[in-house]
Design a protein around this ligand. Structure first.
Ligand SMILES: C[S@@+](CC[C@H](N)C(=O)[O-])C[C@H]1O[C@@H](n2cnc3c(N)ncnc32)[C@H](O)[C@@H]1O
Length: 206
């Protein structure tokens, strides 16, 4: 009898309906990235995605907002929005205009936030897909290190044309952004093992 090949979701023990990983079957996400590529991983698992570190991500975001206040009326882009980890935290703080962007997690984001994300990937972003849009803040959580190195300057430059401020949340210090790409580092925070780097766009000179 022919055996069915288990899906990637089954192999990493992730229940796509609940977005949870069973400890017995858990394998390293980094290993899966290496084997299937980042896009292949999220294409298969994006529907059930939920960040297991959501509580500390929320705490780190709140610390950044305390130190660098942003009015709740601000327009915010939740870049690589996953299932809405940042969007939901911002709503909790009274933010009303938060837009998600992610090419792979539409269902997960819709299910938890009731909103539809922009289906923009890193290539489209660096090609100017956000050029007509304007935000007061971009938040990118646990995702900027996934941008291929060659694309990173273009992605950051385009973001800096659309928003004066960028918060990058990450479990580590990568990636390092260069000022000439469009944002200057203002402060680095560490909260419950989440690194938050706060960037500001230097005044645009014409
Ligand atoms: C680790 S998750 C982080 C999600 C969420 N921001 C969080 O804090 O949990 C990485 C996100 O990057 C997105 N992503 C992966 N490859 C991408 C690409 N090529 N372009 C845009 N987003 C991508 C995935 O769909 C996923 O939602």
């Amino acid at each position: 009898m022919a055996r069915r090949t288990p899906s990637l979701a089954q192999r990493v023990g992730l229940d796509a309906r609940k977005g949870r990983t069973s400890p017995a079957k858990r394998v390293s996400v980094r290993g899966e990235y290496q084997q299937h590529g980042v896009e292949g991983y999220y294409r298969d698992l994006g529907t059930g995605y939920q960040n297991p570190h959501e509580t500390r991500i929320r705490a780190a975001l709140f610390l950044a907002l305390e130190r660098h206040p942003v009015a709740p009326s601000a327009n915010v882009l939740d870049l690589c929005c996953g299932s809405g980890e940042i969007t939901l935290a911002l709503r909790e703080k009274g933010f009303r205009h938060v837009e998600g962007a992610d090419p792979f997690t539409r269902e997960a984001y819709e299910r938890r936030t009731g909103a539809t994300p922009l289906p923009i990937d890193f290539v489209q972003l660096s090609d100017g897909a956000l050029a007509e849009r304007s935000y007061d803040l971009v938040v990118c959580s646990y995702a900027l290190h996934l941008v291929p190195t060659s694309r990173l300057p273009g992605v950051i430059w385009q973001l800096s044309r659309s928003a004066p401020r960028l918060f990058v949340l990450s479990p580590h210090k990568r990636p390092r952004l260069r000022t000439e790409w469009g944002f200057s580092l203002i402060e680095t925070l560490l909260c419950e093992r989440v690194h938050v780097r706060v960037y500001q766009r230097p005044p645009i000179t014409r």
